[in-house]
Design a protein around this ligand. Structure first.
Ligand SMILES: C[S@@+](CC[C@H](N)C(=O)[O-])C[C@H]1O[C@@H](n2cnc3c(N)ncnc32)[C@H](O)[C@@H]1O
Length: 262
């Protein structure tokens, strides 16, 4: 069947599945996380591959540029997979997430990890930057898969909060999905067909706001040259859980940026 026709056949399923997504994004995220039973590579969470290959793309940059004397904040930590990875590289890591359900899950999964802590917080909220600075002092920031789920006004608020948190010596490392096709093509790439919808994709569609993309163009408009210095950026592969063939790794084109304040 031609690809475009297959895309059109996905429309009714997508309309049906997305019809009950809560309007408030924070409520939507919490509802999503509270329905999650299993995590990791064979779990319910679409983006939670915990891939070593993906982490290997980031580790040289974070180890070379994050001052280890500063704590690390994992913004939008979800169930804390990256927080736990960062806790293996740095002395002190804090995962924050807007969803209480996510933070409860992250705390359970990080039991026994002494240098990882978690906190519920809207990272794009008014005063979040000052609150974090007061609690942690200047910090490095890791963000994976958060900017692309926020609307542009929230992206700007988040960037402003991060600018406050990093102070003079902290750095921001972000990695985001940056798929160039339309949203139906994106669903196809992840494994949706007119006959079947992977369960991880189905629960994302049923519960979550529709994601966008975040690449160099979006980063330029959100992280202004007057406040930010770009140290490095480029393409990365974001690994999702296997949804097409059991056990087979699946990647989404992504974008990373490493930034300092001015
Ligand atoms: C696509 S998930 C990525 C989770 C995690 N970073 C990872 O890579 O496994 C996006 C996460 O951002 C969180 N989130 C969304 N909006 C947020 C906000 N305003 N402040 C903090 N966290 C937020 C969601 O609850 C969710 O856990």
């Amino acid at each position: 069947m031609p690809k475009l026709w297959e895309q059109m056949l996905l429309v009714p399923t997508v309309v049906r599945l997305t019809s009950r997504v809560p309007r408030d994004p924070a409520a939507a995220w919490d509802g999503y996380w509270r329905k999650i039973h299993t995590t990791g590579r064979s779990g319910d969470v679409l983006w939670d591959s915990g891939s070593r290959t993906e982490h290997a793309q980031y580790s040289d940059a974070v180890v070379a540029h994050f001052d280890p004397a500063l704590p690390v904040i994992d913004v939008g930590c979800g169930n804390g997979t990256n927080t736990r990875w960062l806790a293996g590289l740095f002395p002190s890591v804090l995962g924050i997430d807007v969803s209480t359900g996510a933070v409860e899950l992250a705390k359970r999964e990080a039991e026994g990890v002494q240098n990882a802590d978690f906190m519920v917080m809207d990272a794009a909220g008014v005063g979040a930057g000052e609150q974090l600075l007061e609690r942690m002092g200047p910090a490095n920031v890791f963000v994976r898969g958060v900017f692309h789920v926020l609307k542009p006004d929230k992206q700007s608020s988040l960037a402003a909060n991060l600018r406050t948190v990093i102070g003079r010596s902290g750095r921001v490392f972000l990695a985001e999905t940056n798929f160039q096709g339309n949203s139906l093509a994106y669903l196809q790439q992840l494994g949706a067909t007119p006959r079947s919808m992977p369960r991880q994709l189905q629960s994302a569609l049923e519960n979550l706001p529709r994601p966008g993309r975040f690449g160099a163009q979006e980063r330029q408009s959100i992280f202004s040259d007057s406040d930010w210095q770009l140290i490095a950026d480029g393409p990365v592969n974001i690994e999702v859980v296997p949804m097409k063939s059991a056990g087979l790794s699946q990647q989404v084109p992504g974008y990373f940026a490493l930034l300092a304040g001015k």
